[in-house]
Design a protein around this ligand. Structure first.
Ligand code: ADE
Length: 246
């Protein structure tokens, strides 16, 4: 996958994408991340990319022309790649978006400063994304988060192609609790079932704990999750247990 990032701060991306899993994916040619300096498309001696808002008010607004010219070029060099605008007003980025976007050959990320874009920039992009209900100093950390979540889903990027399948959210639920050695850590033991060697019992326990954890921490996820009759039976049991504890 080819990822283009339009930004005023290309240097911010050097370290996050040169190390660890995404760094290795780039070395192995599975992913190519290329930053583009927005100022290169600005005009005039001062190469200005923002300006004061019409109607008055604090702060500066990102001008539409440099972004427009940059996207004209990037849509040619990376044709077919959807253009994604990072903004706190965008749709909240979710795992299902990561899965869908991982299916493209390329993506173009547009990062701006926090005061915002001229409204007409919105007409130039395909989708707008927010990574959460808080305001960052710019879209760059949001693009990093999205690229990390998308990049790890690309074939061959994780050590084992099935390791993303059991992730939290991949089936609409949180992940089950995981344990490794030692068997007893400060008096907290590993659940017996995980050491039983009984694979059916382990699978059942994991599903039940996935449901329990989601019920306790993110109950709203259960409404959209794909649950079968056995899941519903387990959930009813978990609800009753919780009711009795109250
Ligand atoms: N730019 C500033 N805040 C943001 C957020 N929460 N998500 C995406 N882009 C942003």
């Amino acid at each position: 996958m080819k990822i283009d990032i339009l930004t005023l701060f290309p240097g911010l991306f050097d370290s996050p994408f040169s190390e660890s899993i995404i760094g290795k994916a780039q070395q192995r040619g599975l992913l190519k991340v290329q930053t583009h300096f927005l100022r290169d498309w600005a005009e005039g001696k001062h190469k200005i990319t923002d300006d004061t808002p019409y109607g008055g008010g604090d702060g500066m607004v990102m001008k539409p022309e440099p972004i427009g010219r940059a996207l004209d070029d990037l849509r040619v060099s990376s044709s077919g790649s959807p253009v994604l605008l990072m903004t706190p007003q965008g749709k909240q980025f979710r795992q299902e978006d990561a899965e869908r976007l991982a299916g493209h050959d390329g993506l173009i990320f547009v990062c701006g400063r926090y005061e915002g874009f001229d409204e007409r920039v919105r007409y130039l992009v395909d989708e707008e994304f927010s990574i959460g209900d808080y305001v960052l100093t710019g879209g760059e950390p949001a693009a990093m988060v999205m690229i990390d979540a998308i990049g790890r889903l690309l074939p061959g990027v994780l050590g084992c192609d099935t390791s993303a399948a059991g992730d939290s959210f991949s089936d609409g639920l949180l992940e089950y609790p995981q344990y490794t050695r030692p068997e007893d850590f400060r008096g907290w033991p590993v659940p017996d079932v995980l050491r039983s060697g009984n694979h059916a019992a382990i699978a059942r326990w994991r599903r039940q704990e996935q449901l329990r954890r989601t019920y306790q921490r993110r109950p709203e996820l259960l409404e959209a999750a794909d649950l079968d009759a056995e899941d519903r039976r387990m959930l009813e049991f978990i609800r009753q247990e919780a009711g009795e504890e109250e």
